[in-house]
Design a binder for this molecule. Structure first.
Ligand code: NAP
Ligand code: F7E
Length: 323
């Protein structure tokens, strides 16, 4: 019989890639979506006829239990969250409700409906914040620098706690930044790829940016959802860092993206304090040795390939709308 999976956040970047991956593996795929006044299925439009959607919200306990009863999953992937770091300063309580307590709501629903379900929690390198070690691995202490990072630390430890308290198969994947043409437009990689494409096509002239010195370990989202699946296939649940092991500054990102279309970033990028954060995460670089050894996982897309892929996708998308 086909395995069944339930994904929260199926309409997001990672949810859409994970749904594709699980369909390819023969899973029956279910996704939880929020009720919105207008549907927001752009990233999953191409697979809508192959997946089952059920309405639910991380704020609503009974909707999560109902979704589990309906979908009868073997595996649950909790990808839903308020995931944009700057919004976590303007909506800190909502961020905590979604990104922290929401995890407990879902874990409680799993525990009461069927504690044998395998559970994946989308933890984040933002938990390392003001980093205590370089590179960061599963043993590195957390020091979050935003309400989002703080909320994710709670989500991580409640997942570990359900594993230890109830002997449930609960895994926390500590994923470093991962991007794609499906990345939300306000995140830095997509903001840059979209801006570069617009400037190249003559639709705008400037790109306003915040801190160019921040360094991130950026990988391709398609690779990272494969790591999620591998984690839930292990006999024992555990925590894993997923990262490329390379770090680049935002300035380098901008340089590579503009150079790809034959432009010099100095002619177009302007600094704008509105995009500078109250507290910054200066440097992230992950050590994926454990994931490589135990899951056999390695990234397949380099930083330059990722930036080129995103700029090309935005050029193609915007070229069609030009004029
Ligand atoms: P994303 O594109 O922002 O997607 C977030 C998803 O969560 C969307 O489908 C959204 O639904 C859903 N959602 C938000 N609030 C919800 C609620 N109250 N109830 C139900 N669904 C809700 O995020 P992503 O980049 O795919 O990331 C997936 C997960 O990994 C997130 O938990 C994120 O924090 C975490 N993470 C991401 C990265 C990264 O670099 N991408 C790294 C580490 C960890 P709508 O479409 O209705 O808004
Ligand atoms: O910022 C700097 C900014 O918003 C990256 C989320 O998926 O990854 C993501 O969090 C860096 C920061 O992602 C702009 O200050 C400069 O240092 O793309 P971002 P993030 O905050 O790293 C982690 C792993 C997650 O878990 C999160 O959910 O870029 N930066 N100028 C800028 N960032 C933005 N957004 N916009 C700028 O203009």
């Amino acid at each position: 019989m086909a395995k069944r999976a339930l994904i929260t956040g199926v309409s997001g970047q990672d949810g859409s890639y994970l749904a594709e991956l699980l369909l390819d593996k023969g899973y029956e795929v279910w996704g939880i979506v929020r009720r919105l006044s207008a549907e927001n299925y752009e990233r999953i439009e191409h697979i809508l006829d192959r997946i089952h959607l059920v309405q639910g919200d991380l704020l609503d306990q009974s909707s999560l239990a109902s979704a589990l009863v309906q979908a009868e999953p073997d595996e649950v992937y909790n990808l839903a969250a308020q995931s944009f770091v700057p919004t976590s300063w303007t909506q800190p309580v909502l961020t905590a409700e979604f990104t922290s307590v929401g995890v407990t709501r879902l874990l409680e629903a799993v525990r009461t409906v069927n504690p044998r379900i395998r559970f994946y929690q989308a933890s984040s390198s933002e938990m390392y914040g003001k980093v205590r070690a370089v590179p960061q691995d599963e043993e590195t202490p957390f020091y979050p620098r935003s309400p989002y990072g703080v909320a994710k630390v709670y989500g991580h430890f409640i997942t570990v706690n359900y594993r230890e308290s109830y002997d449930m198969h609960c895994t926390s994947g500590i994923l470093f930044n991962h991007e794609s043409p499906r990345r939300g437009i306000e995140f830095v990689t997509r903001k840059v790829s979209d801006g570069v494409a617009r400037i190249k096509l003559g639709l705008q002239t400037e790109l306003a940016m915040g801190n160019l010195d921040a360094q991130r370990d950026w990988g391709f989202a398609g690779d990272y959802v494969d790591a999620m699946w591998r984690m839930l296939q292990q006999d024992d649940a555990d925590d894993y860092v997923i990262a490329t092991g390379e770090t680049h500054s935002v300035e380098r990102l901008v340089e590579v993206a503009f150079a790809h279309v034959g432009l010099d970033w100095h002619d177009h990028v302007v600094l704008d304090d509105r995009f500078v954060r109250p507290a910054e995460v200066d440097l992230l670089i992950g050590d994926r040795s454990k994931a490589e050894a135990e899951l056999g996982w390695t990234p397949t897309v380099s930083f330059e390939e990722l930036v080129h892929m995103m700029v090309d996708a935005d050029l193609e998308r915007l070229d069609g709308t030009k004029g």
